[in-house]
Design a binder for this molecule. Structure first.
Ligand code: AQP
Length: 342
């Protein structure tokens, strides 16, 4: 089976964007691929954060993976920091990463501009090297990526080729390495269209954990009343009817797309059902659909959280399985780079 890795940062509440753009797709992917899904807690410290909240957010995120349908009989679920090889490989990779490559990263430029000089640590710059290590450690074939992560995946591919060139090849074979390459060069797996969920208060920015206003997102654990209130107050427009893909109506396109995705209807079915509606009729419809869709997830989440050792055991198992793959990769690279063997 081809292998896929992916993860979400425990930086806040998991929202509909994380779900529709990532976690919901994983539930399908785990049937076809060998999958490893982790909670990327080491990435969550690249910007100032609350130490008291990190472990709770990490557990919540793991529980939500399972509540959304990630099945540990098929997928490995673990916490990134529990597998030490992530950080170890990152250091080795850092030595082969030209600073110029990192300086070009758009996300670094944007995030550092927003955070202000004092809050920009070295880790914000080297974040893509950790992401590369997350992927290359497991010799992944595919990585599901949204638009915003494409550049980082491209860097991962270039880095894999560079390390294969610098330390792989004939020299590596002489040292006893298998074949030529140290790393498999991963391919992007682009999710189906419509998976980019936008903010409820601005249809042109993406729904995000770090947006200051909670009104801008639907969190997977929001209660019925909170969801109803957020939909009631979300940004709309004064055009007649409802339609997809009108550039002048980003909010309308976003809400219809969300409705389509959570009801598993086709675009055509949604157009037929909602095309002639006004906001007053559509808002209760999407509210009910969201509440119905999220309710079973919330019930399962509560069950999982009521037995903490259950989750701890799953995460421990996941880390053991992941480490057994990751350690081979790191040890191979140590060897190829000429380190003295233990
Ligand atoms: N709005 C979104 N629409 C579709 N997919 C989304 N993802 C995030 N937001 C949307 C996908 O969720 C996965 C995990 O993302 P992440 O935790 O690594 O952080 P992010 O992409 O930066 O997402 P956030 O929630 O917006 O976090 P902050 O605010 O901390 O930056 C990824 O697969 C991502 O594509």
């Amino acid at each position: 089976k081809k292998r896929i890795v992916s993860g979400v940062q425990p930086t806040g509440s998991i929202h509909l964007g994380n779900y529709l753009g990532a976690i919901k797709n994983w539930v399908d992917l785990q049937n076809t691929y060998e999958t490893l899904f982790f909670i990327v807690d080491l990435h969550a410290i690249t910007l100032p954060y609350e130490t008291q909240q990190l472990s709770k957010a990490t557990k919540d995120t793991a529980a939500l993976y399972l509540a959304c349908g990630v099945d540990t009989s098929k997928a490995s679920v673990f916490v990134q920091s529990h597998v030490r090889a992530h950080v170890e490989l990152m250091w080795l990779l850092s030595s082969a990463t030209p600073i110029g490559w990192l300086n070009k990263m758009i996300q670094f430029k944007e995030k550092s501009r927003k955070a202000g000089d004092e809050n920009v640590g070295v880790a914000l710059l080297t974040y893509p090297v950790l992401m590369a290590s997350d992927i290359l450690l497991y010799q992944s074939d595919f990585v599901p990526v949204g638009e915003d992560q494409k550049q980082h995946l491209e860097l991962t591919r270039e880095l894999a080729n560079r390390v294969n060139y610098l330390y792989g090849g004939r020299k590596w074979k002489k040292l006893g390495g298998r074949g030529g390459a140290i790393f498999k060069v991963p391919e992007p797996l682009i999710p189906p269209t419509g998976a980019r969920v936008m903010s409820l208060t601005d249809g042109l920015s993406k729904m995000s954990k770090s947006a200051p206003s909670d009104q801008s997102r639907i969190n997977l654990l929001d209660s019925k009343d909170v969801i109803a209130n957020k939909i009631k107050r979300c940004k709309t427009d004064s055009f007649p009817g409802l339609e997809f893909d009108n550039p002048e109506r980003p909010e309308c396109n976003n809400l219809l797309s969300i409705y389509q995705l959570i009801t598993s209807k086709t675009k055509q079915e949604v157009v037929e059902e909602c095309g002639d509606m006004n906001w007053g009729a559509f808002k209760p419809l999407i509210t009910d659909a969201l509440v119905d869709h999220l309710h079973p997830i919330q019930v399962r989440y509560a069950e999982i959280m009521s037995d903490t050792s259950y989750l701890d055991n799953i995460l421990a198992d996941g880390a053991t399985k992941a480490s057994s793959i990751a350690d081979v990769t790191v040890n191979n690279l140590y060897q190829a780079m000429g380190f003295l063997r233990r």
